[in-house]
Design a protein around this ligand. Sequence first.
Ligand SMILES: [Zn+2]
Length: 777
Amino acid sequence: MRKIRLAVVIAAALGLNVTGATLWFRPVDGYGWNSPANWLTGAGTAVNRLPQTDDAVLLSSSRIQADTPLVVPGGVTALCQRLTVGEIYNNGSHPVVCIEAGATLRCAGTNLTDRICLGDVGSGTLLLRGGTVTFGHTTATHRNFVLRKSAGVKGILRGWGTVNPTPEVTHVRMENNGTVIADGEGTARDLDLHGIVSTTNTLARGADGSNGWYAVNQGRVLFPRTWINGAASPSSIRCLGDATTRIDPELVNSLRASFTGLPGSGVFFRGGLYATNHPALPPLPKGRCLGVWGLGLYANNTGWETSDLTTFSTVGLTFRYDDAACAESTNLLTLYRYESNAWVKVGARMARPPYRISTKRPLPRLTSGAWNVGLFALMASNTLGTVVLLDDQSETDPNERLVIDKNLSAGNILLERMEDDTIYLQNEMRDTAGWWFYWAFRARGAAGRTLTFSFTNGDPVCTRGPCVSLDQGQTWYYAADSFTTRSFTYTFPPNAQEVWFAMGMVYTQRDWEAFLARHTASSAYIETGTLCTSPAGRAVEKARIGCIDRPPKYRVWLSARHHAAEMMASYVLEGILDAALADTELGTWMRNNVEFMVVPFVDKDGVEEGDQGKNRRPHDHNRDYTEFLYPECVAITNWIATHAQSKLEIVLDIHCPWIRGTYNEWLYQVYTENSENAAAQRRLGELLQEHQRGALDYRLANDLPFGQSWNTAANYSAGRSFKMWALDCVSSNRVCTTYEVPFATANTATVTREACREFGEDTTKVFRLFLQETDPL
Ligand SMILES: [Zn+2]
């Protein structure tokens, strides 16, 4: 008897008029909500049936368990004083309460602690499938509806239905640290929270960063409204979907608006997030849609008619978009507003943390359509390798737009954002293990401007600043106004149509072809061919130069770009061949005695595509002479075996070192562990020091003996280098060496293309001396 009375008293206290029965869910047969045995009267008598229309259900948090959702069917009102889904009694499970269409969940308690909480010490979900949630307590400062009370749990509201169906009740408040998912289940349906007066936010988004607002399956969520006191301030900044006064919206798909010209009264900023397949949306712009928001400023907190809209002058918006929806390949985001039946671009930025995109400038109020702030669509696209627009101020004249892209040979850049006249960017690592420093890009539409380029991922600006070309790479200069190791400022000439910038003086296939074109008069001494086809299908060049119409007295091997980005090496290689083809006594001697076997670009794909090349995973081309993953390395060994019968007098493979610091600001040879060869390298160095003209200020003392600095056995643990393979497998070798040609600074000298070629010519001169003095008697 006592329990019956208790149930009636509680039912009365909760404001329930019961025409059907009052049922308790009290587990007898497990925790199954669908088990009739678990439904009892207040007296503890089994009713042996499930709740049905006109019944009242009294809920207690501790009775809600996982596995079987607790389903409140249509026509049933579920009453609670307070309700926590996911509390300590739930044994760490993730329980779900489901309110079906026509059913109501009423939190009727009137104490400040009486509220609905989804996710407390454990995770919890409230699934609305057309149901309604109401509250008895609507005192100001009362947080009636809490999603995710503690950091390590999930608190989820999902489905469609209404929370507080009487929006004029002004004090239903939400504390949202969790996830709200409007799920229309395939039909255009709203999850309507606009009857909630405000949202606060007390936890960070959580380790997975995914808490916030979502809409799927033709659903749409209507955000809790944000009230703005226009009388107090005609210009106001407010968030929608996050704590109203937050400076930056943090919950996923929440946003911030900055209004001017508000009317002198209280107004309501309201709107919602659409599923991208919502049938009410116009066809979306090109790209992959990350989110669609409809936003308006209203005179009241109830109506959604155009007559309920109110006035303002301008609005600027910042959206905290769903970064998880960006595919790996996404790099450009474009924000559109629907104006006069067309999508108009209102913002663009690169897809990067902190995952916010803003309108480029304040937008005027729209005077037609359902939303006077606007219907916004955020589209993602992948523009890598194509044109990237950062600064889209002048839509009308594409020629006046600033365009920065990597559409040049060996282009390599990732654009992050532009703020005023500073462009933030990164160089691309691609498949490099760790950081490396190569980059190259071009800028158009910047004539007369002074721009600063700031790298955000390291210090990839060389010791003399960026290399600049005004003629698409035919000539290069060190030309920055100023620079640091990670940024530079450049004033574009008033007539500059297109300016190339790179960390070095880019050298690619077209430069090699220009070199060959310079020597067409010497075609009798040049035979070009294809070493092999690269993995990307390119022809990998080879050339025989010099004494090629009969067996030569000496064969000299020349290669470069085992590491794709080491472009200054290529100018030294050119200089060596220039001297061998020159109309000089030295040139004549070389053509009579020496055949050069040349591979100008070992990692051909990496060179053309602008890869770092060095430390490519799983190992780079110059560590491939153990495993032979790369067809170029296989073809090199085959060519040496078949054409030269594995006999070469000199092997020179040319490289460039690190970007700055000791050993990286001078030219040096890398001595081998093999001491006989190291002695030959040293002799070559003596000759170079003695006979060079000094363009690169080479000093014998700068050479790197084996066992010092990076030149140790550990450096080759990933595999054998070309030089080591040649020492092991090529006979009649008099010297087998590598040059490290610095990028910008060589002791007292500045490294230029001309200086590198001059050092190459000196090398040819020294090769002759070395060959002659090492000839057997
Ligand atoms: Zn190298």
